[in-house]
Design a protein around this ligand. Structure first.
Ligand SMILES: [Zn+2]
Length: 272
């Protein structure tokens, strides 16, 4: 995807975030916000943006305010969804009004500058998409279910259908999420992966002597890369940041026993 460093950590006030340099240089504001610098206490410490994980909702709002203020994002410019581990894609040309219920979806697309797509993560894969020709952005969420359902591919297909994107033009980045070495899966997930990936399963499943009888680890990064390649995306970067390895930066549902917060990811076309 070009020369230079893929990404850099930045800090504004107490808010520390990861940003993709190539997207930024092409006019795409993007931030994957670390868990540091917020107000929540353990097990949600500290910048938890997940409102359905058991944390105090008022504190979650304070965390979001702090992050959005640091990043100079108005809450009224956000579009977010109710993430349900499905494959539905929402296209929007405006932010979500406060009173409008969240749509159930796991991918959001827009071609409108200043509309901030926002999602929440803790091990599941953030997939950031950008077509610099048609000026369309996307954000997708894929855990094992969203990966075998090919959510990222549906996002690309909608970019093609709705905005005229050519998949070869699209740049995709696989953000911080659980790495294969930390992602042992049981027999149910293993068989779903084999069904979805067929002959390519050996590229995404690695045998492992673990506590589950299946004894496999699933590579969500490579799997989403394959999903994207199958629909013609060629420019794919993997950040390679494992949430379970870096608990000081990211929440990890797996590494923290399912009792943790969610970090936020934001992407928007810069107003020119
Ligand atoms: Zn790891």
């Amino acid at each position: 995807m070009g020369s230079g460093e893929l990404m850099v950590f930045r800090q504004i006030g107490n808010v520390r975030y990861l940003t993709l340099n190539m997207f930024d240089s092409l006019g795409v504001i993007n931030a994957i916000i670390t868990r540091t610098g917020g107000f929540s206490s353990a097990p949600y410490a500290s910048l938890n943006v997940g409102s359905t994980v058991g944390d105090n909702p008022e504190v979650v709002e304070r965390n979001k305010d702090q992050a959005f203020t640091a990043l100079n994002v108005s809450p009224s410019s956000i579009y977010d969804v109710w993430q349900v581990h499905g494959a539905d894609v929402v296209c929007t040309d405006r932010p979500r009004p406060d009173k409008e219920p969240h749509k159930k979806a796991d991918a959001i697309l827009t071609d409108q500058p200043g509309v901030y797509l926002f999602m929440r993560f803790a091990d599941c894969v953030p997939i950031l998409l950008f077509d610099p020709i048609r000026r369309v952005i996307g954000l997708a969420h894929a855990g094992w279910k969203g990966t075998v359902l090919r959510t990222a591919a549906y996002a690309v297909i909608r970019m093609r259908e709705v905005y005229g994107s050519i998949p070869a033009d699209i740049m995709a980045v696989i953000g911080p999420s659980i790495g294969q070495h930390h992602y042992e899966v049981g027999a149910v997930v293993e068989s779903e992966v084999r069904r979805a990936f067929g002959a390519e399963s050996s590229k995404v499943l690695r045998s492992f002597n673990g506590k589950n009888e299946s004894g496999f680890q699933f590579d969500l990064w490579r799997a989403n890369q394959l999903v994207l390649e199958q629909v013609g995306v060629q420019q794919i970067e993997i950040t390679g940041l494992c949430t379970a390895c870096h608990l000081s930066d990211w929440y990890s549902h797996r590494a923290e026993g399912g009792n943790t917060g969610r970090f936020g990811a934001l992407i928007a076309l810069r107003d020119e």
